[in-house]
Design a protein around this ligand. Structure first.
Ligand code: G4P
Length: 566
């Protein structure tokens, strides 16, 4: 019986009475001086800035909530409200947005755990999946890839993984929903390796007793964590007992069958699996894998503990003057997302800035390096789910929201140095395209102004059928997620006085293309292809289906194709 076993196991180390989970010092890499003082090095070393990537329904909302629960940011899971509603929020999104003021999806959630300051960047998903989802990954130093134990790698996971891989972002994998029967863990790992071409190393391994998810074995620390079912249904931290596999009480608690299976799996992993390689994890070529259940909280804490220990502290970012390290004493940061207020009465926008180096102080002056102007960074905010909190200082890895009256753009650098310009934020190929048709032809100027502004802001991408945008044919807008279209129409009408409708166009699989213009034009005229030009007059080809895309890629060797704008 599970409970009988647990009662015995609880005798060795009960987490409820013993807070210390490991001997590892979270700040082992920091020198003694930095540890003892409130120095920049100390603040940087203890920060972890990451995002969760997953396919809808894998459990991102649930896991986020449980991380907040363990981080003490919420006391009872179930308190991040309004999230579930977003799943169905395509048509009534505007109303929702107005009710919420600034979208909770734009938030960064900060909490402390075990001496770390954790910045969890919330990546918009479901209906509000957009370029912002991709851009958020640029601001993260690592990513947690959340998988459903029955479904493994799914389409959206693959897309987001590709962005991380391109940037060599370290990726940690959490296999969720282990409380219910799923794919065999060994097969799941094999599938991830084959599908995503990344090495896996299981750090925690699920323990099943009488076919029920009873615990995890932490291979790094060689510790068994056994969970007890309770009446809280995951709303509170799980009750856990912990011990070594050599411990007679642990072995007894596991029972012969579960013990044999665990020892067999561990022996197999040790012999045939990839050995743990921290350098490979940091380089993004190996992913540490964890098993658990966000619903019941089983395995969430061992994951959080190991993840914080292994994930990188804030990393450098490339700029025109070379890489800017977090310990550079001059303050610098870049804007990766701009959230317009959908309420027409409040024109303010919030620009989300990731701090790269130095110390940020409220009301400090910084150079907006694109324009050369000095601006005061007043009223900065951090976001905890729905609540905004005033910030007085921030360190590398932190994300703050700055009120903006329209001066800032995505990718902009703010710094006390005037000579830094961070590498731009890539433009990701949209998945949906539509013609913008004006309701009133006399409002063309307003529409053009609106589209220009919204493009600069990164709210949409605009394309034309001829290279010269001023020639004025019907513009085509591209979006990564369909909700971006709703937002675009709403803003064109309410902010720019240009009511429009959209006519969806067929064709997708977009690729920016480089090569001789005559060749590009020839391919663009072929059946199944559409040639467009972006706001910078760079050509982009749309393909009717993946077959015409593949066919063109194979045949047209004089053309180079890119999924991210070159
Ligand atoms: P998402 O943000 O990634 O889309 O996923 P979300 O957390 O909303 O979870 C999607 C569904 O999966 C929810 O069920 C949720 O309860 C369930 N889920 C999440 N984590 C686990 C887990 O560890 N184990 C199991 N068994 N289920 C999990 P739902 O039925 O859609 O909603 P609800 O009625 O449970 O609220």
């Amino acid at each position: 019986m599970f409970f009988a076993g647990f009662a015995v196991a609880a005798a060795f180390i009960n987490k409820a009475t013993n807070e210390v989970l490991s001997e590892t010092d979270p700040l082992a890499g920091v020198d003694a001086h930095a540890k003892s003082s409130n120095s920049a090095a100390h603040e940087t070393a203890r920060r972890r800035t990451f995002a969760i990537i997953s396919h809808p329904d894998a459990g991102k909302t649930t896991l986020t909530e449980k991380l907040l629960l363990y981080g003490g940011a919420i006391h009872l899971a179930g308190s991040v409200k309004g999230r579930r509603a977003q799943r169905h929020a395509t048509s009534d999104w505007m109303t929702l947005e107005q009710e919420r003021g600034i979208s909770v999806t734009s938030s960064v959630m900060q909490f402390e755990y075990d001496g770390y300051v954790v910045n969890l960047l919330d990546t918009p998903g479901h209906g509000d999946f957009s370029e912002d989802t991709y851009r958020t990954l640029i601001a993260a130093d690592s990513a947690v890839m959340l998988l459903d134990n029955r479904r493994g790698v799914e389409e959206r996971t693959r897309q987001l993984f590709a962005v991380c891989k391109r940037r060599r972002t370290p990726i940690f994998t959490f296999v969720n929903k282990c409380d219910r029967a799923g794919e065999d863990p060994l097969k799941l790992i094999g599938d991830v390796e084959a599908d995503l071409e990344i090495d896996c190393h299981a750090i925690t391994w699920p323990i099943f007793r009488e076919d029920r998810f009873a615990g995890v074995f932490d291979r790094r620390r060689q510790r068994v964590h056994l969970f007890a079912a309770d009446e809280h249904h995951g709303s509170r931290q799980a009750t856990v007992s912990e011990g070594s596999l050599d411990d007679a009480l642990v072995r007894e608690a596991l029972g012969t069958e579960a013990l044999e299976r665990l020892e067999h799996d561990i022996a197999l992993l040790d012999a045939a699996g990839h050995p743990f390689d921290h350098a490979a994890v940091i380089a993004g070529t190996q992913t540490p894998v964890f098993f658990g259940s966000a619903l019941t909280n089983f395995g969430v804490e061992p994951f959080l503990h190991e993840f914080l220990d292994l994930a990188p502290s804030p990393t450098s970012r490339n700029s025109t003057t070379g890489p800017i390290q977090p310990d550079d004493k001059d303050f610098s940061g870049f804007v990766f997302k701009i959230q317009a207020n959908m309420d027409a009465r409040h024109r303010d926008r919030i620009a989300f800035m990731r701090v790269v180096s130095g110390r940020f102080e409220a009301a400090m002056d910084a150079v907006h390096t694109r324009t050369g102007q000095t601006i005061r960074l007043s009223s900065p905010q951090t976001f905890m789910a729905r609540e905004r909190t005033a910030v007085t200082e921030a360190w590398p890895g932190d994300v703050i929201g700055l009120f903006d009256r329209g001066a800032l753009r995505i990718g902009d650098t703010l710094s006390t140095r005037s000579d830094i310009v961070f590498d731009g934020i890539p433009r990701f190929a949209p998945e949906h395209f539509a013609r913008v048709v004006l309701a009133d032809p006399m409002r063309r100027k307003q529409m053009d102004a609106g589209l220009r502004q919204l493009t600069e802001e990164g709210a949409a991408q605009v394309f034309f059928t001829s290279p010269s945008a001023v020639a004025g044919p019907v513009p085509i807008v591209g979006a990564v997620g369909l909700l971006q279209f709703d937002v675009l129409l709403h803003r064109l009408e309410h902010e720019y006085g240009a009511p429009c409708r959209l006519e969806r166009i067929s064709g997708g699989n977009p690729r920016w293309v480089k090569g001789p213009p005559a060749e590009i034009a020839r391919v663009g005229n072929q059946r199944g292809c559409t040639l467009l030009f972006d706001a910078r007059e760079q050509p982009l080809l749309l393909f009717e289906d993946v077959w015409s895309l593949r066919y063109t890629l194979e045949r047209e060797t004089s053309l180079q194709c890119f999924e991210v704008a070159p």
